[in-house]
Ligand binder design. Sequence first.
Ligand code: B1M
Length: 212
Amino acid sequence: MEPIINQIYSNVLYGQHKDVVKNIKTAIEQGLPATSIMNEGMLSAMLEVGRLFESGEFYVPEMLVAARSMQAGMNVLMPFLTNFEAHPAGKVAIGTVKGDFHDIGKNLVKIMLEGSGFEVIDLGVNVNPELFLSAVTDHGVDIIGMSALITTTMPAMRPVIELLENSGFRQQVKVIVGGAPLTEEYAHQIGADNYAPDASRAVTMAKSMLLN
Ligand code: B1M
């Protein structure tokens, strides 16, 4: 029998969402750390999905079923990834930018932020600049988090920051950006406060941003 972590990897890769749920439960019962299940089993499978898509071996339907399994697995793993803190650490609004429908990374960042005590308003996917702004004006968030997964949607981050500036709210809120194609340099170019390469660093940064 293959090690459970390899089974989880295959389940995500081939979109076996029922098996992924069953095998994650077994892995947890066996005492495997939730972070290993996430990193070695699930995130590495998504990387392979991307590679296979790029090489023409996978098409959009295969990506979709893999994404559905990833989401199903994240739902099971969520309580074990988080370490709830009693006091609210701050308020964050998070969304995937206009034109972009990828939400797995954004959802993971949300789970990790909530687990660290942040109140998170999830703006969803394909979020336009006005909706980001309304999170500041209507909900008084401390941080705006933007995610983008495609090189052609990264530029949709700048108009959000420009709208915050032009409407006089930029000083009131910190902006953190992330997503596979982003870099720290790009984040600075567009006027964001910070770039986080992964969900756990998004949490560390969010915490330190609110202290400064
Ligand atoms: Co798409 N897709 N996809 N896709 N997809 C990519 C991104 C791609 C790199 C695949 C490839 O070619 N290798 C490629 C983009 C290429 C480019 O940039 N030029 C691509 C493409 C081309 C497309 C379509 C255009 C395909 C088509 O229709 N022909 C289309 C676009 C649709 C749209 O959005 N307009 C499309 C569609 C889809 C699906 C719907 C099928 C599905 C998404 C389902 C969903 O999200 N609900 C999908 C998937 C699953 C992928 C891959 C395979 C996996 C993405 C993922 O979920 N990764 C992806 C290839 C890849 O990345 N390996 C690919 C796991 C996730 C946990 O990682 O999102 O990077 P990630 O998040 C990380 C960090 O980046 C960071 O933390 C997370 C965890 O540590 N992070 C943040 C993310 N957001 C953050 C925000 C922060 C901080 C950190 O602060 C706010």
